[in-house]
Structure formats: C-alpha cells, structure tokens
Ligand binder design. Structure first.
Ligand code: ZN
Length: 265
C-alpha cells in the first residue's frame, strides 16, 4: 500500500530515527561497553596520523595544553602538536604520558565533562552574561559558531584551573551581543563578541597569578594589571597573534601582528 506523502514522510523520519538509535546502541555496546558518555563517546584509540571527528573532539578537550604561547588547531588532524598537547594533558592528570588517547585518557575526559560537553567547572550560562542576558545570539557570528568558541574558551580555562591547584575561577563577563558590547563601551572588534573571551575576577588566586598562568593554556590575548582599565580584572581571549600585557605582573609580549583591540570594561 502506498501511503499519502503527508503520512509517509513523518513515518519515514521516525523509522530513520529508530534505525539511528539502534545503530548507535550497537556501536557503543560493541566497541566501548563501559564508557558511554552523555556528551561524546570515543570508539577507538587515537595516535599521531589519525584523522576525523573523534580527533577533533579530542583536540577541543586538550586545547588548554598547547605549550607556552602556542595555540592548538582544532582541525581533526592528529599531528605532532596534538600529540604534544595530549602528553601535557596526560602528565597534568597523572596518566601514562604516551601521547596515545586510549581508554585511560578517555575515562579522564568523561570524568571532566558534563553532558553538554562543557568541562565540569564551567557552564555556557557563566560565559554569556555580559549584560545580564542569556543565550549566544546577537553577535557577528552564528549562534553555533559563538557557542563553539565559548566551549573552547571553557576547556582552556579548565586546564588553567587545574594547573592552579583546582581552585575556582570567577568569570565576570564572557560573550556579549553587539548591543551589549556597545552599552558597556567595548571595542567594536572586541573578542567578547565572538564568544572568544572571558574576564576573570581575582578569586583566591589574585590577578597576577591568573595572567601569568594563562600564557601556558592557549590564550593569545592576556590583559591585566597595569594595562589601561584592567586593574580590576584579567581579560583572556583566543586570538592567535599573541598580545599579552599585564605589566604590573611581569606579563608582556606583543607579536609583530599583535594588536590591543580591547578597550574593555
Ligand atoms: Zn574582556
């Protein structure tokens, strides 16, 4: 019997969804029975030379371990920089530092992530409160691209938090929509517009410790005490031409192309 199109389409969709769910269950039960995770489950070990979405997912989680002044590319290609970042991640958590992401590494990542893929100590809500609003719309990028940037920012902050002794990091401002950024007097090209930036409170660490430590975790923009208007917070962002200026903390570096776009509150 041929069903009318208006009935057949939803039915086909339901069948497709059921098939996908069954397929996913089958794959996870065969390859990795104990480790299914609410956010993302890896189905194979990854080492140098591997490519794919599972590599990309790994890179997001270890983006906070690129080495001082460096930035890890999130490109799905497991090259030497990814291996070095993975070794640093493994060392940071006392795992065997072999540069191969296997069950031990994935178990640690599952422990560190929430079901929405954010690291356990940070949330999307913390990073979208620039003007007391919520959500990630109203910036120059799509909402999903902005959320992705915020996710990367959070994983880098998680790495920094761990390196600083697992003490809380306070975020005072993250993503800002265009009107929000304007209302707080942010620069027209502020990294906050892109979900790339976080302004930190002193917390128990103090501003200088935060500004100094950020150099090791992939933050290209670091502005803190001694830089104009940054004596009451530390601004971190994901720009890839390093511009670091917290002169009162001994933090200073400007790459040839670096620029202080940020006149930030
Ligand atoms: Zn800022």
């Amino acid at each position: 019997m041929r069903l009318p199109t208006r009935l057949a389409r939803p039915l086909a969709r339901i069948l497709l969804a059921l098939t996908m769910v069954a397929g996913a269950l089958l794959v996870s039960s065969v390859s990795n029975p104990a480790a299914a995770d609410g956010c993302y489950t890896w189905g194979r070990s990854l080492s140098q030379g591997a490519t794919g979405e599972d590599v990309r997912q790994l890179q997001i989680r270890i983006a906070g371990y690129p080495g001082t002044g460096a930035h890890l590319g999130i490109d799905g290609d497991f090259g030497p920089a990814t291996r070095a970042a993975l070794v640093r991640f493994q060392q940071a958590y006392g795992l065997s530092a072999d540069g191969v992401a296997g069950p031990q590494t994935f178990a640690k990542i599952y422990e560190l992530q929430d079901d929405d893929c954010t690291p356990i100590h940070f949330t999307y809500g913390e990073l979208d409160d620039g003007c007391g609003g919520s959500g990630y719309d109203g910036g120059p990028l799509s909402e999903s691209a902005t959320r992705f940037n915020a996710l990367r920012t959070m994983w880098q902050l998680e790495a920094m938090r761990h390196a600083l002794g697992d003490r809380p990091i306070i975020i005072n401002s993250g993503f800002r929509s265009i009107p929000c950024n304007r209302s707080v007097g942010g620069a027209s090209n502020s990294q906050h517009l892109y979900g790339n930036a976080a302004d930190l409170g002193a917390g128990s660490q103090g501003f200088c410790r935060l500004a100094q430590q950020a150099r090791n975790h992939g933050f290209g923009g670091i502005l803190g005490p001694g830089y104009p208007d940054h004596n009451d917070h530390v601004h971190l962002d994901l720009r890839t031409s390093n511009f670091w200026s917290a002169p009162n903390c001994g933090v200073s570096l400007a790459a040839a192309t670096g620029q202080a776009e940020e006149i930030d509150i």
